[in-house]
Write a protein that binds this ligand. Sequence first.
Ligand code: SF4
Length: 876
Amino acid sequence: MDGSLPPRAVRTTCPYCGVGCGVLVRPDGAGGATVAGDPDHPANGGHLCSKGAALGETLSLADRLLHPEVKGRRASWEAALDAVAEGFRRALDRLGPEGVALYVSGQLLTEDYYATNKFAKGVLGTANIDSNSRLCMASAVAAHTRAFGEDVVPGTYEDLEACDLLVLVGSNLAWCHPVLFQRVMAAKTARPGLRIAVVDPRRTASCEGADLHLPLAPGSDVALFAALLAELERRGLGDARFLAAHTEGAETALAAARRTAPKAARLTGLDPALLDAFLDAWCGTERVVTLWSQGVNQSSAGTDKASAILNCHLFTGRIGRPGMGPFSVTGQPNAMGGREVGALATMLAGHLRFEAPEEVAALRAFWRLPRLPAGPGLKAVEMFRALADGRIGALWVMATNPALSLPEGEAVRAALAAAPFLVVSETSARSDTAAFAHVRLPALAWGEKEGTATNSERVISRQRAFLPAPGAARPDWWAVAEVARRLGHGEAFTWAGPAAIFREHAAVTGLARPAARAFDISGLAALSDAEYDALAPTRWPVPARGPRATRFFAASGALSGRLRLVPTPFRPPALAPDRRFPLRLLTGRLRDQWHTMTRTGAVPRLMAQHPEPRLWLHPDDAEGLAPEILVRAETPAGSAVFRLGRDPGLLPGAAFAPMHWSAAFAPAARVNSTLVAATDPASGQPELKHVPLRVRPFVAAWHGFLLAPRRLPADLAPWCAVAPLAGGVWRHELAGEEVPEAAFARLRALLPAEEWALFEDPAAGLFRAAALAGGALCGAIALAPAPALLPPRDWLGALMTANALAPEDRAALLAGRRPEALPPSPLVCACHGVSAGAIRACGASDVEGVGQATRAGTGCGACRPEIAALLAREEA
Ligand code: SF4
């Protein structure tokens, strides 16, 4: 524990990824807070990653939505809620329950999630409630349900440390679940026999320290695991007793695998020797965990990919015992909670099922709401198509940004713009989606709200408020309850607070017993308010009666009916590359960013690793393209513009772009404009990790940047990327088509200056301006015909934080070169602000030595793979 924290630190949970780390927070009384890892939380034992450690820097109210708005005007809550109720009433009258919808989020706490699901299914009578979790792990949910009869993650994080072989499939755990990755690396250090295999078309940070990397062709995972299942059978490794006693479907699954296996090397593109090494490792290791994430799920064959993994574990009985099993990690902090309360179009509350009439009847009777829909509703992609077609008359979006996250982004934005009635509950005033809303409702943010979230290993943790509600912001569950009351169902929404909602949610999980369900927290249904406030991290199940399983589906117990192996014939991605679009675009996360950057994008040290949106190509594919130019990425769905990067860790023919940049940060770099809406037939999850691509230079008359002492809108030029620098300086990277002289004059008008230091060479296309006030630099502009001719931004940004300019700096400003002419050095360690140059210069030859010399890698540890790679490059 951080010794500087006071004894009365608030114990809460990180709001970012599905690891679900515990956090200790001490508010400073002025709206800020000190943040440290909670040493008593089972997920992280006191560790935090760079994002979690920077949570205290995300508490500003600068971009918050603080008051309700109706048609763009500030309104009272009464007026806003009346408008919401009236909008939904009108849509119900006109289109019936199929004509209304809610689109919610894994960012919601379980209590908010429960309230929205009850409102949608019980009050509106619609199953048209879906979550952005549909984009994240819906394929895992569908595969779990096919195999287990219920959506259950069988194991725990401890299994990742206890196994002898950890296979990461489509998961850059080092960047996307950093604390979990550091747990694994610590276990491997303590027990070098723990081997790690990474299955990923990219050589990611997770490959550093791995024993095996399988750079398979994008979308070919089913072929790999079909080959594994066939090989397990060939070697006689099926667990006959387990299969006979507890499973069904093995023969049909094996038959499909046998048909695909001979083609596996061709379909995956893997070197046969590498494929054999993987088969040997998996077949020869009893304690094996196969962990997967969005690289598997975000696919038009995502459910089959996950099922192909589950098949191998079920066939060998390697499940439900310490150190073994399939493991799906969720992207979002409470994706699991959303699944528990049934806030998806395909589920009912508490893992109750549409297809079980007695369970539907039990829920209807418990809620005393007569309108429960008879079957599933519209999944995310279908929902927004229905909105575009005019089949949805009222939509309520909560805590998510579909304008930026759903595929075919231009069509989604057009549908939102044309929506008859759109409500958005948000914390951010800069959300792309909120810009289209008729009614905006200010929500509570992390630090202000109370509730629970469930992480990837089924541990329920309390999120506790440590800041007062700002402005008129209120809890989402309260807003939902108020609208339900206006629609005549207030008696079912009389909760005094989140504890009461949690008790009701827990009671639902005990309904319709003895039908066997793994998700049962009925033992928490009688918690008092004080017990709820003090609730320690608790892994489900917590039944009111009977044993509590830690793991599921071991032969020794905790079985709920027959487990099913499922045939998974190979299907390629929906669209294949062709002559027009010869490359394949993969999308994903960056180490220091979260979703659409509404929080992490405001933190300079989190923006330092990648201040601009980039498209990375394999060097062979980037041949002929100048370094650092802007490129237009074109796909059959649309296009976006990125800074070009080169990554030899990519497969030739594959490209990678991050998912994070929004209209608020870089409107031309919204990657969802390039993605097609091909979905998995079982899960409805869209294929966000594969689309055919071609890349062309983005032709601009000038390239440039503007540094300002405040954030300016991200529409200063056709290409604009905004990022904060240290000291309150904002960097605006630009490229435009107007004549440079005109652009230079237009941009200068945006900066306050008492005095200008100017350099203009129209013939060469070079323009530089330094805005001075009181002898200090208060802004800078540079334009040039090519990006390589622009001065370094970090140098100028640092000069802007100085009280006065030294004479040599004045001269250097006009020359456009920093005096010492040092090359720019990218930040590697976000926790301690250590650059690549400092690491190179420290003289250490291993990661530990770098840590001792510079502190790099000694914070969250997420940069340790990059430090290792940097040292390896230096050595080579
Ligand atoms: Fe938060 Fe990082 Fe932990 Fe994820 S790994 S929960 S982002 S601190």
